[in-house]
Design a binder for this molecule. Sequence first.
Ligand SMILES: NC(=O)c1ccc[n+]([C@@H]2O[C@H](COP(=O)([O-])OP(=O)(O)OC[C@H]3O[C@@H](n4cnc5c(N)ncnc54)[C@H](OP(=O)(O)O)[C@@H]3O)[C@@H](O)[C@H]2O)c1
Length: 277
Amino acid sequence: MAAVGEAPGSAVRVGCIGAGRMARGVLGGLIISGKVPAQNISVSAPSDSNLHYFRDRGCQTSHSNLAVLYEADIVFLATKPHVIPQVLMEIASAITPQQVIVSMAAGLSLRTLEKLVPDGVRILRMCPNLPCVIQEGSVVFSRGSCAGQQEADMLKGLLSVCGMCEEVPESYIDIHTGLSGSGVAYVYLFAEALTEGAVKMGMPSAVSSRIAAQTLLGAAKMILETGEHPAKLRYDVCTPGGTTIHGLHELEKGGLKATVMNAVEAATKRAKELDQQ
Ligand SMILES: NC(=O)c1ccc[n+]([C@@H]2O[C@H](COP(=O)([O-])OP(=O)(O)OC[C@H]3O[C@@H](n4cnc5c(N)ncnc54)[C@H](OP(=O)(O)O)[C@@H]3O)[C@@H](O)[C@H]2O)c1
């Protein structure tokens, strides 16, 4: 098998079963970066509705999951969680010892996944988020019992182009789903609220939505680049008696922080429930 992570020009063959939003997010990052040549990527889905995105970019596409397995060194599973058992039943007996399987499915534990494949299959579990497609994603992953450092390094090497990619204890993965997989949507809701607040005060939404996005981007970069806790950065913006503390008081009255904490908790619990279904 080719060493993943050595591209551009790497000969690693990447397969993906499922062609929806997250497949596009993760593989889109690989394609845009040129990390893996498009002709080395094969993708399957039952219908053509999502495959055209990959076909248009020079990837191989198929309605056969087995065809993708035969063409790949590393195979991502990117169907909805409830479809994964059916997919693994279909491909399990054809997985070779040289191949690596990586599940993106929310909730499905490594224990559950390993029960669905023959003993010895090298399997990893990852949780991505949608900004992978613009190479600003957050990905965490854990290894199954047969996957070693080599497979972890391989996945990290491959996905480093998608943004942040870290190996974590498996117990963090459902939390990452609640924090970051779903968290992207919370941030969009916050951006929408900022935009509508400005519209209410008389700024056109085309301007205010761009300013809201730039505000989120700048604030996020400040957290990453200073390494400071968000509470410290927030404190620094609050002039005594100034505008920000008046605005923050309204957010506190509306219970923003507790509501967001509840959202992370609810999404994490929902991810855990998916493994029990
Ligand atoms: N969306 C996120 O932000 C996010 C974040 C973290 C993790 N995830 C995980 O990523 C996975 C995919 O989510 P998604 O949002 O990308 O879903 P999605 O947009 O609904 O895409 C699902 C894909 O699976 C395909 N599919 C359905 N049945 C199949 C089968 N039997 N064999 C092969 N492909 C099949 C669908 O085919 P068609 O194209 O024919 O419909 C579609 O391409 C989920 O397990 C989810 O938990 C998603």
